[in-house]
Design a protein around this ligand. Structure first.
Ligand SMILES: Nc1nc2c(ncn2[C@@H]2O[C@H](COP(=O)(O)OP(=O)(O)OP(=O)(O)O)[C@@H](O)[C@H]2O)c(=O)[nH]1
Length: 482
């Protein structure tokens, strides 16, 4: 994934600087040049990158920093802040409220991923307890309704469209009315994809917008257009009241950094990014957590959100208790695998943990990793209660391993592999013993807690993970980290 490479290059530049015995002008310059190269390679506008470099140099005045100052931390913080500034549109978008009907209209160029993104957006909200519905007002592209219908059926989301009606305005109005009556709280209208030059289709888009009075218009844009994103976003904004942007195909394009920074320059907030063709390859875009993950600094609030999304409320205290106990059995590992599989792409989940980088888990390995977890779970299904509930690795003798392999139809080597992985995770967990996890939204509790643990907040946890070599270890378990 290109973004992971960008994050990896910036983190490495910062790491190399940290490794230097003395941080002087030369070391800082080398570090900033390295970061500049990485950003330019990701197609970020050269002027933006130069401005960023100048700003950092202004903030980090090495001569003025007294000896006691932690120069490394100050530089890291400046890089973090400047990256945030570059990607921040400066104003939030309208946010629909659960339980209150909102109409959201999707617009974008042909093939930008609009139809796919409508379903991803609906599915994302459905998982959070909303009642979304999809309306296909794309009468231009043959097959658009079938595509939406197929996606919606797969995700069990109600949909509306017509093979007969050729007027998109009528379909949109009928669909919105119908779903309002059915008490849907998020009515999503997909419109025809269009080109910048196609005046007639732009007019149609204006009419659909006028007739349905959307609370939010989302412009969907393919990241491969890079810096051209600026012109495109502007063109759409001039025709309809674009309130937010979703950038798609961030998984495969070297120009992703350019697209994100160019959209921010139009002052249109990016609210989600698409990171693959599948329904759950869709991530909230929130500048600070995004940059934090990009730099391998984690995103605890995103991680906790995911947990709150997939674990029923009544089981949450129990899970958090287990996470903080450090007494890690194979049964706990099994339960946590169940959660991980529900949380979405493994690389996405792990990139939310400090010390992990999406780079450690190549995207191509996603399917392979999911299959590996499932195989591990099949092997654990062949274990006895005694084996599952023991935290003593010594009970797993040769005859037990042979029995588990036979029972699950897997190789002995795979059982041993799974067991090695378990031991690695158990080691990590024992070091995290006593760490209390915050309630949803209560990040201050986490930092208070971490300070109490004397591991020095977020950065401290990151270095703790590094000390343990856990990122590579854990990724290694799933076949990443090479
Ligand atoms: N890799 C990747 N592919 C994506 C992503 N989002 C959409 N796609 C793919 O992009 C292609 C076009 O997506 P559609 O949803 O049909 O695009 P559209 O904008 O609705 O197309 P029109 O209706 O012609 O305007 C499909 O093959 C999608 O699977 C993404 O985030 N990553």
């Amino acid at each position: 994934m290109v973004l992971a490479q960008l994050g990896g290059s910036i983190s490495r530049a910062l790491q190399q600087m940290s490794n230097a015995t003395v941080i002087d002008e030369k070391v800082l310059k080398e570090c900033l040049n390295e970061i500049t190269r990485a950003l330019v390679q990701a197609d970020v506008q050269f002027k933006l990158v130069c401005d960023m470099q100048t700003n950092i140099k202004k903030i980090v005045n090495l001569e003025d920093l007294a000896a006691g100052h932690n120069k490394r931390k100050i530089i890291q913080q400046a890089v973090f802040n400047e990256l945030c500034k570059m990607l921040d549109a400066g104003k939030p978008s309208f946010t629909p409220k659960k339980g209150k009907p909102s109409v959201v209209m999707f617009v974008g160029l042909q093939g930008s991923g609009k139809t796919t993104t409508c379903t991803k957006y609906a599915y994302y909200h459905q998982k959070k307890g909303w009642k979304p519905a999809l309306v296909c007002a794309d009468t231009f592209r043959a097959g658009a309704f079938d595509q939406l219908k197929q996606n919606a059926t797969k995700a069990k989301i109600p949909f509306y469209g017509s093979y007969m009606e050729s007027d998109p305005v009528k379909i949109a109005v009928d669909g919105v009315e119908r779903f309002k009556k059915e008490n849907c709280d998020l009515i999503i209208v997909d419109t025809s994809g269009r080109h910048k030059q196609e005046a007639a289709l732009f007019e149609e888009m204006r009419q659909v917008s006028e007739a349905t009075k959307p609370d939010l218009v989302i412009f969907v844009m393919d990241s491969s257009i890079g810096q051209a994103a600026f012109d495109q976003a502007q063109a759409f904004k001039q025709s309809v009241a674009v309130g937010a942007v979703i950038v798609t195909k961030m998984d495969g394009h070297a120009k992703g950094g350019g697209a994100l920074s160019a959209v921010a320059a139009t002052k249109s907030p990016v609210i989600f990014i698409g990171t693959g063709e599948h329904m759950d390859e869709f991530e909230v875009f929130d500048v600070k957590p995004f940059v934090s993950r990009l730099l391998g600094m984690g995103d605890w609030s995103g991680f906790m959100d995911k947990i709150h999304e997939v674990v029923p409320m009544d089981q949450q205290p129990e899970l958090l208790q287990k996470l903080s106990e450090g007494n890690f059995t194979l049964r706990i590992m099994y339960e946590q695998f169940q959660i991980i599989l529900k949380m979405g792409p493994i690389s996405q989940v792990f990139s939310m943990l400090p010390g992990f980088s999406a780079e450690l888990m190549p995207k191509g390995r996603e399917k392979e990793n999911q299959a590996k977890i499932k195989h591990y779970m099949t092997m654990m299904d062949s274990m006895t209660n005694e084996e599952l509930d023991s935290s003593n690795p010594k009970i797993m003798n040769e005859s037990r391993i042979m029995r588990i392999a036979r029972g699950s139809g897997r190789q002995v080597r795979e059982v041993m592999d799974m067991f090695e992985g378990y031991k690695r995770l158990a080691k990590i967990r024992s070091k995290m013993k006593g760490l209390k996890f915050p309630k949803k939204g209560d990040m201050s509790a986490l930092s208070r807690n971490m300070n109490a643990q004397q591991i020095g907040g977020m950065g401290g946890l990151q270095s703790l993970m590094k000390q343990m070599g856990s990122a590579k270890d854990m990724m290694g378990m799933f076949g990443g980290g090479n």
